[in-house]
Write a protein that binds this ligand. Structure first.
Ligand SMILES: [Zn+2]
Ligand SMILES: [Zn+2]
Length: 328
């Protein structure tokens, strides 16, 4: 199905803060946001959009609509190392002659992008252990080779974006909060006087859960702890990585907690008296059969819940392949 691609667009959110809406090639996720914040003679750019043919021109188009240019960027800050938030960091920093700051736990992206064959092999092994049949694995491997990385060039941060680091802007200083879960490198930025939160993909207007599986001990548990951290900030306005800015930040935190609890409950429910593979469990969690388009996402999310429950002593993995899980 061909779809009319969106164009980059810029709009003012507040005096000195602009939303840059950048097109994405993904079904169901038509665009992502970057944020320009006035800072002295230029702007701080939070997130970059993903790299693909013509993507830098889309960013320039969005900037132009709010009378900004790439050369105005004094600093690039990435909320996390996913391609749609970090993929264009290299060409932007090159053009603007500026630094890029990001959290140091970026190996989930930098290592995969540095060796895509090894990353694919690891994903296939996880899928095999989850009970994905051999033929489906081969089809996935074929398709995966076609999917572009969305990353112009792997760049590591000039400065580690960790708590204590402050991003200075004309709207005041922004504090860094570590919010792993969606990705190990995820941080949120908070401007306390104005109670503004730049949430990346940790909180989205439309609740959508995604975890990077396999890099940290308990992504779902980390995500829940990150929700607590953000909830405590009592932000007034949330500027998320996709979709429009929204108020009622606490309501969105609650919505995420509820959905996680519901899915964790569904994983437990599916193990009622049976030993099952992740492939058998996932359709019960989502109420739908796995399809090539959703299987990778849903399986890694299901594995994160199994891991979360295993650490709590609620489920146990049996020996053997594929891996079967039982209630403990
Ligand atoms: Zn992301
Ligand atoms: Zn994103």
């Amino acid at each position: 199905m061909t779809r009319q691609r969106e164009l980059g667009r810029g709009e003012k959110v507040l005096p000195g803060l602009w939303r840059l809406r950048l097109p994405l090639p993904w079904p169901g996720v038509p665009h992502g946001n970057a944020w320009a914040i006035a800072a002295g003679s230029g702007v701080v750019l939070v997130d970059t959009g993903m790299h693909e043919a013509g993507s830098l021109a889309q960013l320039e188009r969005a900037l132009d609509q709010v009378n900004l240019r790439l050369e105005h960027v004094r600093l690039v800050v990435c909320t996390h190392a996913h391609s749609d938030h970090w993929g264009q960091a290299a060409p932007i920093c090159e053009r603007a002659g500026c630094e890029m700051w990001m959290h140091p736990n970026h190996q989930h992206a930098t290592r995969s992008a540095g060796d895509p064959a090894a990353a694919l092999a690891r994903r296939l092994e996880v899928a095999r252990q989850s009970g994905v049949p051999e033929q489906a694995l081969q089809q996935y491997a074929e398709r995966a080779k076609e999917i572009p990385s969305g990353i112009a060039r792997v760049v590591e941060p000039d400065r580690d974006l960790v708590p204590g680091v402050v991003v200075e802007t004309d709207l005041g200083p922004w504090e860094v909060y570590e919010t792993p879960g969606h990705a190990p490198s995820h941080i949120c930025l908070f401007q306390p006087e104005r109670r503004l939160l730049i949430s990346g993909d940790h909180l989205l207007g439309r609740i959508s859960l995604f975890y990077d599986y396999g890099w940290t001990p308990d992504p779902a548990g980390e995500f829940l702890r990150s929700l607590d951290i953000v909830d405590e900030l009592d932000a007034r306005l949330c500027l998320a990585g996709h979709g429009r800015p929204f108020f009622d930040v606490h309501g969105h935190v609650e919505g995420n907690r509820k959905l996680v609890a519901q899915r964790v409950g569904a994983v437990l429910g599916s193990l009622d008296g049976h030993a099952r593979t992740a492939v058998e469990i996932a359709p019960e969690v989502y109420g739908e059969a796995l399809r090539p388009g959703n299987a990778a996402w849903w399986l890694s999310e299901t594995l994160c819940y199994l891991r979360h429950l295993e650490l709590k002593g609620r489920v146990r993995a049996q020996d053997g392949e594929p891996k079967r899980w039982t209630a403990a």
